[in-house]
Design a protein around this ligand. Sequence first.
Ligand code: B12
Length: 310
Amino acid sequence: MSDRPESLTPQTLGITIGAMSQATGIPANTLRTWERRYGFPEPDRTASGQRVYDPTVIGHLRLVNQALEAGHRPRQVLGLDEDQIRRLLDKTAPSPAEPAPIRPGTTSVDRWLRAVENLDGATLAAGFRSEAARLGVLRMLTERAGPFMVALGEAWRQGRIQIYQEHWVSEHLRSFLVETWGPLSTAAAGPPMVASSLPHDRHDLGLHMAASIVSMCGWRIVFLGRDTPVDDIAKAVVRARAPAALISISAWTAPDLAHAHLEQLRARLEPETYLLVGGSGSPGALPGITHLSGLEPLYQWASRPFPTAT
Ligand code: B12
């Protein structure tokens, strides 16, 4: 991949096994074992033999993860396509009118990465909107926007995307997400939910994605955004009389730091306040914390009857 850093081509758009593992929470060894036993996920190889995965497989693997969490076995799940896993998980089957998935090599992720390279805002804006209309917001975020940002991070790490391009695209995606959740939240009939990142974490796109999901379910968002002190998150929950707080933790936050902040926050909240936690830097299940492994479980959680305010 590093032999042609000057331009983005289909071969250079893949992500490494480390990035795939980070994006899905599936250990690299498990990915290799599944490839050997079940032929999935099947990577391409660079000239030096390094595995490179199509980033759109991230959404598929996150579904596999959910099916395994739900008690299904790898051999039952790994031969299934995304729609079959959704049906296994009792998710709504897609309508017959839904278009077939875009083939690798012409994926939205590829097109959007090229748009970033060329600072082509029109292609990005049209792409975000049309994919949201085509797939629905939940699938657009889990199967397109999330994998796109992971691929972008990989391209940046390899020096193929500059920091100005990363800032530029982050602002584009942020605008799209705010336009998605803002009007829903303003019109929401449900209770408030405080949405925040942890101290020092300047990543907030996962938080905007999570806000988009819960606002679709009728929650009103009290958005604190990135890098918020734990005490202030707790004060906002009290002030808003919010029955729930949502914390998004990016891959940048070290797990032990995230753990410490979450313990502090839990101690400052009333016991009955729900503390929802997710994002690729989430330290996982902790006492008093509702850890959710992705946006689909968040959607399930937020669709339940509203709790009463504390
Ligand atoms: C965009 C970006 C930035 C932007 C952020 C802009 C913004 N407004 O958010 C900027 C330029 C500011 C930035 C800065 C930095 N970044 Co940065 N960044 C990224 C990038 C490319 C995308 C982040 C993102 O949006 N990911 C997509 C999100 C949405 O994915 P996610 O968190 O997994 O969330 C998904 C689910 O988990 C779920 N979810 C999210 N939240 C929640 C919450 C709940 C409750 C639930 C249920 C679900 C859920 O929704 C998403 C759906 O797919 C990542 C690459 C990556 N792999 O993520 C690097 C990345 C996170 N950054 C990285 C680094 C190193 C940095 C910097 C240190 C760079 C620098 N030298 O300055 C700084 C750190 C700044 C800081 N103090 O936080 C590294 C972290 C590596 C590590 N493990 O430490 C990454 C992984 C890049 C890389 N490959 O190396 N970054």
